[in-house]
Write a protein that binds this ligand. Structure first.
Ligand SMILES: Cc1cc2nc3c(=O)[nH]c(=O)nc-3n(C[C@H](O)[C@H](O)[C@H](O)COP(=O)(O)O)c2cc1C
Length: 380
């Protein structure tokens, strides 16, 4: 063979190789997803298919109940959804994470929760119990600690639904008792159906999967999909004036025998709020002890001695998914009024610093989904 034709042949083989291999460089294969969920009463199923619809039927996403699932192997990303019971995801969700943690550590993982309480500035105190952070994404604290090798890319906690007359006997008794014990009252009292789900949270969550996992553009036309959740089922069969869903107030103040509680919101970031609280603690001679810090909230014990008695004030500052750009801050004292003298004045001083320079956001006005998504796109 002539040297020239050998060179030609080699070039041809190289060219053919490039042509064959090129497509796999140019276009990554579309990602395949699994959404696996656990439910008792069915709300989590409705949310699961709502998320699938928002992500879009053109994107491969299998939806499976935990009891109908076999393997995580075929999937690039896995969305894990559970209801919350006694402040934790279901036992079967834990078992699933335990069994598949090594495989999940190699994949893109997403967590979501349905729950009753989704207020991430919430601290719960029950008789005899220690006050602790609960609600929304806080319910995943234990999961993070038990399965540290699984690093979720997106996390959402939406709220949920309780249909009081259909609860099992033990569940019914449990929710009744909780209503009696909760210092701040139970929102389901007097209702047949109580809902707490914030639709914008589901929409933001699905959009995060679209943009961060699938590399797609966000979906702004989310309203038509709300039918996956909303229904004509009434809040009360006997009283048509009642409503299933009351968003928790952004601004609240209670000063009763049971609790001192105040909550407000300010413009700014979580870091800004932390700086204002630290300034206040210094000025008011308060020992601000950080209990927990996440990407979306911080929980402090503010300790000070009033009239010879040490007092712990519980403070949480949080950025909520449905209100980007604002920080919600709650203060709680569980002491009786005679044991919390001095606390209201100190809290008022904190609020003066937090609210200065027009930072306080008055009223209950909520951001629209377009405002939320636009704001999220503009912040890295
Ligand atoms: C017995 C019982 C315990 C619950 N415990 C909690 C809890 O600790 N925290 C919370 O936020 N919601 C709690 N919930 C509310 C459920 O998580 C919520 O209603 C959820 O939407 C139920 O999902 P499912 O319909 O898919 O079963 C509880 C509900 C019941 C019936």
């Amino acid at each position: 063979m002539q040297p020239n034709s050998r060179i030609m042949k080699t070039m041809l083989v190289v060219l053919l190789g490039i042509v064959l291999i090129w497509p796999s460089f140019a276009y990554a294969a579309p990602k395949k997803g699994l959404l696996i969920y656990d439910t008792i009463y069915g709300s989590t199923i409705e949310v699961a298919y709502w998320i699938k619809a928002l992500i879009g039927p053109e994107n491969k996403l299998d939806v499976k109940r935990l009891s109908q699932f076999l393997t995580v192997d075929p999937y690039d990303y896995v969305i894990i959804g559970s209801y919350i019971r006694n402040e934790k995801p279901s036992d079967d969700t834990y078992k699933f994470l335990e069994t598949y943690q090594d495989k999940l550590a190699e994949k893109e993982v997403i967590y979501f929760l349905t729950c009753g309480d989704n207020d991430e500035t919430m601290v719960l105190k029950t008789p005899g119990g220690t006050p602790h952070l609960i609600a929304g994404r806080n319910y995943l604290i234990d999961v993070y600690e038990k399965f540290p090798t699984i690093k979720p890319v997106v996390v959402g906690a939406f709220g949920g639904r309780q249909v009081q007359p259909t609860l099992g006997t033990m569940d019914s008794m449990f929710t009744w008792l909780l209503g009696k014990l909760a210092k701040e009252g139970a929102p389901w009292e007097g209702l047949d159906i109580w809902e707490s789900l914030i639709p914008e949270r589901v929409e933001v969550f699905a959009n995060q999967i679209r943009t961060e996992i699938l590399g797609l553009s966000p979906r702004f036309d989310v309203e038509p999909y709300r039918g996956y959740w909303h229904s004509l089922q009434p809040a009360s069969l006997s009283d048509p004036s009642k409503e299933k869903f009351h968003p928790k107030p952004f601004n609240e103040h209670q000063d009763t025998d049971r609790i001192f509680f105040t909550r407000s919101r300010i413009k700014g970031s979580l870091d800004d709020a932390i700086t204002y609280l630290q300034t206040w603690a210094k000025q008011a001679d308060i020992d601000l002890q950080e209990q927990r810090k996440t990407s979306f909230n911080v929980y402090y014990h503010a300790v000070k001695t009033y009239e010879g008695k040490e007092h712990t004030l519980h403070i949480v500052a949080a950025e909520l998914t449905e209100d980007p750009g604002n920080i919600h801050i709650s203060f709680r004292s569980y002491e009786k009024p005679e044991n919390r003298k001095g606390v209201p004045e100190d809290v008022a001083k904190a609020e003066k610093i937090l609210w200065a320079d027009g930072r306080k956001v008055e009223g209950e006005q909520r951001q629209t989904i377009t405002e939320i998504l636009t704001r999220m796109q503009s912040t890295p």
